[in-house]
Write a protein that binds this ligand. Structure first.
Ligand code: G16
Length: 545
């Protein structure tokens, strides 16, 4: 049974702030770090319960707010195979987080244990990590109290990236089985990915040095380690690595800055040479955006859509070369943010599915393919090989040396790719493998297809919860009547497309628009943003135009 006294005693140390409603959103709980203490405690309890429910399998907890500003923090739960928390538990997380008092919390836990038929005598294990945010240590202490309160065993993975934590969860739970994912340590992760990378580029001409913008976040630490592990095969130059400078995180740098502003981080202006490639990670290193300057010094961005196109084509090519393309089919998963240019290019070649924003949605859709390539335009994504495909790869008998080489390449790809979640540094190695094999420069990669000009705008509204969407977030159902007005506007723009959705990680509504011409895409985005603003009675002083 529940150790009610212990829970009460510890819970009282982490009272829920009045008047705040917490919500498990796109990527877990995310808001100002200063109000998250009670949430962390309760997530610790919930993680323990999830572990008990799953017969003692290890559950992961990542303390991060990823691309958000430094004062924000957050927490996401990781299921045993390294994937995001099962959807149906999100509402329970929200319920437990909002119980007003310790007594109400204990009652809610008790009711939950009964409905879910959780056997409290089962063991429970939780592994957790945090990013470099200053609010992290205190939040982890609250989490540890929660883990203790439910009688779970905690393992502190320290300060590391989100994808490393996901890797650890899978590695711990598969240890000693035929599906063993690797050594359950950060070194094991670095060793596994870099060994596969080295095999894949053996004999290829060395690539020019790669600048890695680490967003002044935890990715810096992991990038420096990768630089050592992969040595001369690829010279990595980490920049924006000031993880202890207050206010530096994600500020004027990082994947979200580059994707949203479609600009070079100012800090790279004097270092990046024309023709040289660079990439940006986000605050917890699960997103990746590439870019380069052309001969005229013009900035070009290679986002998640471009990564998906590059990688999918390469895998298809290898399955053909290995003589296994009739058994292993590649499919793509995107969201509404995918550039119209990419959707057209990809759907002429492969099956493409569109799902709502959030890695969990993409991940589940990608699992339905033999090889599922999923990327959000913002650079969050990975490639999944189904268990059946992995078996086929292991059993396939190549009939020529060329087939055998291609087969080995695919098998090595399954090891360089972090299949648990989007992983900026794993994706970076994957991209570098493809570029090395194809002898592509950034410019050649970029020319696979032409992006439609697009613009993403944030609108601050009184209540973003009134915005409800359908059709994989491509249409609004609420507020009533607004979609009709958006449709009318969009019709006036050549190649126009726009949609509006509430963010699940920030207190804003996002507006995306694209059109054939740059000026038109910008105008459409701002006009739709204006509509959203007027409809919802925002403060005229903060109107986007
Ligand atoms: C998180 C999610 C992503 C999502 C992004 C923005 O990323 O994991 O799937 O695209 O938030 O979501 P929204 O538009 O709902 O705010 P991250 O890197 O911040 O964890």
């Amino acid at each position: 049974s529940l150790q009610v006294d212990l829970i009460k005693q510890l819970s009282d140390l982490h009272p829920k702030p009045e008047h705040i409603h917490f919500q498990y959103g796109t990527a877990g709980f995310r808001t100002l770090g200063s109000v998250l203490d009670s949430v962390m405690f309760r997530v610790g309890v919930l993680a323990g319960l999830r572990s008990k429910r799953l017969d003692g399998k290890t559950i992961g907890v990542m303390v991060t707010a990823s691309h958000n500003p430094e004062p924000d923090n957050g927490v996401k739960l990781v299921d045993p195979r390294g994937e995001m928390l099962e959807n149906s538990w999100e509402v329970h997380a929200t319920t437990l987080a909002n119980a007003p008092t310790s007594e109400a919390f204990i009652e809610a836990v008790d009711a939950f244990v009964k409905t879910m038929r959780i056997d409290l005598s089962k063991p429970a294990k939780v592994v957790y990590a945090r990013d470099t945010r200053p609010s992290g240590p205190a939040l982890v202490a609250a989490l540890e109290d929660g883990i203790k309160a439910i009688g779970a065993e905690g393992r502190d993975a320290g300060v590391t990236s989100t994808p490393v934590l996901h890797y650890l969860v899978r590695a711990i739970n598969t240890k000693g089985t035929k599906d063993a994912y690797g050594e359950d340590s950060e070194e094991g992760y670095l060793e596994k990915l870099s060994a596969a990378y080295k095999k894949l580029v053996a004999g290829k001409a060395a690539s020019p040095p790669l600048l890695v913008d680490c967003a002044n976040g935890v990715g810096a630490q992991v990038a420096y380690k990768f630089a050592e592990y992969i040595g001369d095969t690829l010279q990595l130059i980490p920049v924006n690595t000031a993880t202890t400078t207050p206010g530096a995180l994600n500020n004027g740098c990082g994947a979200d800055f580059v994707k949203t502003s479609q600009k070079l981080p100012p800090s790279l202006a004097s270092t990046l040479k024309p023709g040289q490639r660079a990439c940006s990670l986000d605050g917890d290193a699960d997103r990746l955006i590439y870019f380069y300057l052309d001969g005229r010094g013009q900035f070009h961005m290679l986002d998640g859509d471009k990564i998906a196109a590059l990688v999918a084509a390469f895998i298809v090519e290898l399955t053909k070369a290995a003589g296994i393309d009739d058994q292993i089919k590649v499919g793509i998963v995107q969201t509404a943010y995918a550039n119209g240019g990419s959707t057209k290019y990809l759907s002429e070649r492969l099956p493409v599915k569109c799902v709502p924003t959030g890695v969990k949605h993409l991940h589940h859709a990608a699992e339905k393919y033999d090889v599922g390539v999923y990327f959000e335009a913002n650079g969050h994504g990975t490639v999944l090989f189904s268990p059946e495909s992995l078996d086929k790869l292991a059993q396939h008998q190549p009939s020529t040396p060329a087939q055998s080489t291609a087969l080995n390449h695919i098998i090595n790809l399954t090891n360089v790719i972090n299949q648990t979640v989007g992983d900026a540094l794993s994706d970076m190695l994957l991209v570098e493998v493809v570029l090395a094999h194809k002898s592509y420069s950034g410019e050649e990669w970029d020319s696979l297809y032409v992006d439609l000009p697009n613009r993403l705008v944030k609108v601050v509204v009184a209540d973003r919860n009134i915005f409800k969407t359908e059709d994989a977030e491509r249409r609004l159902v609420s507020p009533p009547g607004l979609q009709v007005k958006i449709d009318e506007l969009v019709r006036r723009y050549e190649g126009g497309r726009a949609f509006v959705r509430p963010s699940g990680t920030e207190d804003v509504v996002r507006v995306y628009a694209e059109a054939t011409l740059r000026t038109q895409a910008d105008e459409l985005a701002y006009r739709v943003a204006g509509l959203v603003y007027d409809e919802t009675g925002g403060d005229p002083a903060r109107r986007p135009i």
